[in-house]
Design a binder for this molecule. Structure first.
Ligand SMILES: [Zn+2]
Length: 312
């Protein structure tokens, strides 16, 4: 069975026809329209175009934001001006077939669980380290949704009491300590401090950012400043996973997003911090850590698969 997955991002909409092994048969993309009606029309046009060449079953749409428990209404989206928007009905009216709506981080986690790094797991936690932190929880083979549809917002676990302010209106959230933005903050702090930060300072751009290629080079040379910045972020991530373990008891953590491209340089200190902070370490089984394998396709593939499963 072929299903269509659509992943709505802040700047572009990615679409694709996905088979039951998670392979993308054909893909397409357009810029994200600002207006909701135009956006729904663009998504419908993508689906109709793909369906003209493939025998398509269900349609899944992933987007950032809080979605109600029935997966019909977008309660609030950080990227697009949606408040209590009946998105599912708007898409179905234009597409003319059933549509599954899912949070983008949940969709990505489901994609990894079914077809990527999470295959073989029963209880998996995915932490996506992008600009912020996205989360998905698979509990006994099911996506954790919550009573109001908003479970698994792992980036907004309060990690530091009275800590750094967060865009969610709270403070001390995990994503202020373990994310792409947090890594750049640590790199900047160390560069500004002199000493081990000297080489980092020389690699900062005019915007204050250390480019990914420069960071990779410095890490390959075991530059003390770069290693320390990654260790700080990994420590926050590992300690948070120790807390997740106490609540969710997964067998696997899948780390995704741009920061996960660091691979073992990130995972090794993450595991150490996880074990150090784990309640009852030594007396209970621990989880494995690995990096995501589907990259930016995870959400598209995951939501297409969810659409197929939910339409049965
Ligand atoms: Zn927050």
């Amino acid at each position: 069975m072929l299903n269509v997955g659509i992943d709505i991002g802040g700047t572009k909409i990615a679409g694709g026809v996905v088979d039951d092994t998670g392979a993308i048969i054909e893909r397409t993309r357009v810029a994200t329209p600002v207006d909701t009606g135009a956006l729904a029309e663009a998504v419908a046009a993508m689906v109709h175009d793909l369906a003209s060449r493939h025998d398509v079953g269900a349609v899944g749409v992933a987007a950032a934001g809080y979605i109600d428990r029935t997966r019909s209404v977008m309660l609030h989206s950080p990227n697009i001006d949606w408040h209590n928007e009946p998105l599912r009905a708007e898409f179905e009216a234009r597409i003319g077939r059933p549509v599954t709506l899912e949070n983008d981080a949940n969709a990505a986690g489901w994609g990894e669980y079914r077809f990527g790094a999470g295959r073989g797991s029963t209880d998996m936690v995915m932490v996506t380290l992008g600009t912020g932190v996205g989360g998905a929880v698979i509990n006994d083979g099911r996506l954790l949704i919550g009573a109001n549809g908003s479970a698994a917002e792992l980036g907004h676990l309060r990690f530091v009491r009275g800590g750094r302010p967060c865009g969610c209106g709270q403070n001390g959230c995990l994503e202020q300590y373990a994310s792409g933005r947090a890594l750049q903050r640590e790199l900047g702090d160390i560069a500004d401090g002199g000493g081990i930060g000297a080489r980092l300072a020389a690699h900062r751009g005019a915007d204050g950012i250390v480019p990914a290629a420069d960071l990779a080079l410095l890490l390959s040379e075991e530059d003390a400043g770069a290693v320390e910045a990654v260790r700080r972020v990994a420590t926050a991530l590992g300690e948070a996973c120790g807390a997740f373990q106490a609540v969710l008891d997964p067998d696997l953590y899948v780390i995704g997003g741009g920061v996960a491209d660091l691979g073992e340089v990130l995972l090794e200190p993450t595991r150490i911090a996880y074990e150090t902070s784990l309640p009852g370490f030594g007396d209970r089984p621990t989880a494995r850590f690995t990096v995501a394998t589907l990259g930016n396709d995870a959400g598209l593939v995951g939501v297409a698969d969810l659409a197929g499963l939910r339409s049965r």
